[in-house]
Design a protein around this ligand. Structure first.
Ligand code: SF4
Ligand code: SF4
Length: 72
């Protein structure tokens, strides 16, 4: 499961650019800090490659294991 922490995300779009499956999209509305934070679409397609995590300059995106093995 992809988690994007709006407290750290500055909407730079780097994660969107580097996701090899193009699963991240920029939000159409600004968040509480005035940035267009990304969100994940079709999360079941995520391969957990961690490219988004590795390239985020602000440590705003991370992956948590789905303990129930769902489609998170
Ligand atoms: S872990 Fe990989 S496939 Fe999943 S959202 Fe991040 S970059 Fe995309
Ligand atoms: S790379 Fe990090 S700071 Fe930039 S849009 Fe993605 S989550 Fe936000």
């Amino acid at each position: 499961m992809i988690i994007i922490d709006e407290m750290y995300c500055k909407g730079c779009g780097i994660c969107i650019h580097f996701c090899p499956k193009k699963l991240l999209k920029a939000s159409e509305e600004v968040n509480s800090r005035g940035y267009y934070a990304p969100y994940i679409v079709n999360g079941v397609e995520c391969s957990n490659c961690q490219q988004c995590v590795l390239y985020c300059p602000d440590f705003a995106i991370f992956i948590v294991e789905d303990e129930e093995g769902g489609d998170g």
